[in-house]
Each structure stands twice: as C-alpha cells, then as structure tokens.
Design a protein around this ligand. Structure first.
Ligand SMILES: N[C@H](CCC[C@H](N)C(=O)O)C(=O)O
Length: 259
C-alpha cells in the first residue's frame, strides 16, 4: 500500500510525518519506523510523528524516536506538527492538541511556531548538573566551551550511566554566552546521537539556568547547531508555568513509499 509521507524540520531536528487520521499506519511495526528514520535505507530523520484524530482537541500527536520506539514528548516535533496541521487545513493560526504528556496550546505565525509546554515542578540539583522533565527527561550540565565537547561520546556515558541506566535520559551541554543567551548541544535518547537541537532540551536548559541563578531572564535565547530557539516562562511558588518554546518549523519534503 502506498503511503504519502512528509518531512519537517525545526531548527535542524527533523521528523517524518504521516497523516494517520484514517489509522492506516502500522503503529506497532518498530522495524518499519526505524527503517523510515534510517538516513541510508530510509527517508532519514531523528523521529517519526503521526497526526491522528482526537475526541476533544484539534488532533493527537504520536511520537517515535529514530530507534522505532514510541517515546515521551518532543518539543520540536510538537512545533512541526502544528505547521503540518495548518498545511492539512485542520487548523488556522491557533490550536490545542493532545500529546503523550497531555494538552498543548500553540500559535503559528508564518513559519514560526510557539508551543506551550507542560508546567515543570521539581528540578533535581546535582553537584555539576540539573535533572528535570519538560515532557522528556533531561540532564543539564554546564561546560566552558560547548563547541569542544564530544557530545556523542560524553552524552552516551551519562545517558547509559547511573542513575539513568537503560531507561536513560537526554543530555544537554550548555555554555553561557550572556545573561539571556546560552549555547546548547544535546545528546538525544532514542536517537543515540547528537541532534542539531532538542525542544524539550532547550526548555530544560532555560529553566535549569534560572534555577541555578545563571540567568535572571525569564525569556531566554538558546543557540543550537540547528538554529535559535526562544523559551519563556513564569516562576510562581517554586513551579514553572506559562512555558513557551518558540522557533521555526518548515516542511522540506513530500513523497510516497510502498509499505
Ligand atoms: N529523544 C527524546 C524525545 C524527543 C525529544 C526532542 N526531539 C525534542 O525536540 O524535545 C526522548 O526520548 O526523551
């Protein structure tokens, strides 16, 4: 059976998209999803995202990492699915949709998408790191020069090491440029490599930097290999709310595959 696939990228984090409102995609076929994400034998992407109908919101997002396994929330993928939904004429410029971590609001203006993230409470502070969940788990550690880090090697050591082990975490390396501007590189669980940006990752970095008093700003620029993202938030009684992840999302390809 021929399926039409699309590719979107959000600051270099790239995804295969499929309009699964008719539920024709083999969702349990891990090997198929991994192959579609394979950069030699398939389309190639950091993940695959299904858009499905939802009873109470505009649509539902189902996210799979490049390893073919369904995973936790994808912030850049969440921004891209809003652009996809607008392309499919499901929405105009505002939306509310359901994802694995709950309800998300979003606003799209031209090719810029602002995505509201779930509230965050409870940042774990370690000796040289912070750990928090922004829809996906993130280990955040500051380094002098993020450009000189071997992200794949150093990231894998942390991702598979204690206390994360097989379940793992995403790993973010951060260098402060100025009060409201940080450079971030991320090792992504389930891709098991560096990605050019990570939406839940830069969100975690912005909150962790504020929590560690590395910034006084509540609107922060996160510079990644794939481009710039903006995270804004409100801290009230120890809880981070009104968290918005904002940046570009573009369709790069449409194609047909027999599968
Ligand atoms: N690899 C992540 C999910 C995707 C996160 C990332 N692509 C983003 O933009 O948030 C995990 O398994 O926890």
């Amino acid at each position: 059976m021929a399926h039409i696939f699309y590719k979107y990228q959000g600051t270099g984090n790239d995804f295969v998209f499929f309009d699964n409102r008719q539920l024709t995609f083999s969702k349990n076929d891990t090997n198929l999803i991994a192959r579609l994400c394979d950069r030699r034998f398939g389309i190639g992407a950091d993940g695959l995202i299904l858009l499905e109908n939802d009873e109470t919101t505009d649509f539902k997002m189902v996210y799979y990492n490049a390893d073919g396994n369904e995973s936790s929330m994808c912030g850049n993928g969440g921004r891209c699915i809003v652009a996809f939904a607008k392309f499919l004429k499901i929405i105009e410029d505002k939306t509310t949709f359901m994802a694995v971590d709950g309800l998300h609001e979003a606003i799209i203006t031209n090719e810029t998408v602002a995505l509201k993230m779930q509230d965050v409470e409870g940042i774990t502070r370690g000796e040289s790191y912070s750990f928090l969940n922004t829809g996906s788990p993130h280990h955040v550690t500051c380094v002098n020069d993020v450009k000189s880090v071997n992200v794949k090697e150093e990231g894998a050591k942390i991702r598979y090491g204690t206390p994360y082990n097989e379940a793992g975490t995403n790993v973010n390396f951060v260098t402060r440029i100025k009060d409201n501007h940080f450079m971030v590189r991320t090792y992504e669980r389930g891709v098991e490599d560096e990605t050019l940006s990570c939406g839940t990752g830069v969100t975690a970095v912005a909150l962790a930097m504020y929590d560690q008093n590395n910034t006084n700003a509540s609107t922060v620029l996160l510079e990644t290999q794939g481009g710039n993202l903006e995270v804004s938030f409100t801290k009230t009684d120890g809880k981070y709310t009104n968290i918005w992840l904002k940046g570009p999302a573009q369709q790069v390809f449409k194609g047909e595959i027999q599968c």
